[in-house]
Design a protein around this ligand. Sequence first.
Ligand code: ADP
Ligand code: MG
Length: 471
Amino acid sequence: MDYKELWIQIIKDLDPIIKRTNILAWFNNTAIIDQTENEITVGLPLPMYLDWHQKHLKVNTLQVVKKMLPKIDCIKYVVDLALDRDEDPRGVKIIEIFPSKKRERKLPNKNEIKLPGGIVSKILNKRYQLSNFVIGNNNRLAHAACLSVASKPGVNYNPLFVYGGVGLGKTHLLQGLGNEVKKNYPNKIVVYLTSEDFTNEVVLAIQKRSTEKLREKYRKADLLIIDDIQFIANKDRTQEEFFHTFNALYQAGKQIVISSDRPPIELDILEDRLRSRFSMGMIADISEPDYETRLAILHTKLHYTGIILSNEVLEFIAYNIKGNVRELEGAMNQVVAVYDLENITPTIKSVTKILKNMIKNTENIGFIEDKKEMVYIKTFDDLIDIVCEYFNVPKSEVLGVSRIREYTLPRQVSMYLGKKKMKMALTRIAEKFSRDHTSVLHAVRKIEKELRNNRQIIRDVNAIKEEAGLM
Ligand code: ADP
Ligand code: MG
């Protein structure tokens, strides 16, 4: 067996042990470049591979090597920049070892299907279901409208127009609706396109002088979903075609569902006649999820990974990643990946590090730049420190059992802010203070009451909130 065959075999044996994505990322263009009796030398194409192989892959690799070559007890890594060129014959091409789904996805149009009559549609992602969409105050109406449309397409709200910012769940809802209709009405023709896909279709039809056919084609759809309509703006011919398609479908009682990043009235470049068409049915917005919804989303998503993270960690992520569900999911996946890779249980400390790395424009350590406000990444422990410092009392007393007001007040204020501002669970606060949750509840109520009329407490609490970035 030559070096290359040997290395390919090793990588294949590693496949069940290491995640495929990691193999794709870290083994491409690598090679065995030397072998002695008890050592192999692995060449890596770039310096950045070195650290990763040494820290995360070496143990597993050695284990696999040993099975084939029991005498080997050491792997040496060297960076060999020549390997970075795809032409270098020594380096293995992972894509050839595992003709992967990933590659197929890259081929153009692989995620599209042709429906009866030659209609092109994107394939709906089965992960997006109305049933696994977490409902919160931010999306209740939009979700309800989608459910209603899915139960009787073309009847209730037509068109349905859903709008909201990036990563808030529009695509999930629209595809969920499509999946639901396919389930409820297997014979209905469901078409899902982005406005870019639609534009491409129009451009092709114009080239082939077959716009009439295009219209005919889409008229056969029972449900036409166009995602991200904002990208249609400014393309006159596309708008015109869409207008005609829209009218044809609408008049035939077919359902149309549209999403956009802003409401119809703000789609400046849209022709008035289209804008007014969009406003005929139901308009529902999705806004940013609140803390409780973010936490519920994390729980739902985590369920699918089959990995367990502590509530503390989930709460911490939900507390700090605001505004965008995609980022929220990303943060959780990062944490899960580290857990998987390093086999350590994530703690608030390690998660803080990951979150800081995720958020690009972090300037001050401990801060996340948010569009609207500066958010402290603070643990409950940090908060208690700030309270103790403010009242100038030892933390041990505040965490302890003393009933002197000098200590009970900081204790109660900590509990109050933990509950009201950090949105911690009562039981978690109770744990920290080695008490039961009713005494925490009692403390929270007490401070709430004081805040109604005790000027000094109002001042104290406000000062601490400001200090802790909890305004
Ligand atoms: P948009 O299309 O608005 O940019 P997406 O639909 O792509 O956003 O959502 C981004 C990610 O967040 C997806 O993985 C989606 O499943 C998830 N997501 C958003 N909102 C929710 C929710 N309420 N419940 C469950 N998952 C959600
Ligand atoms: Mg989308």
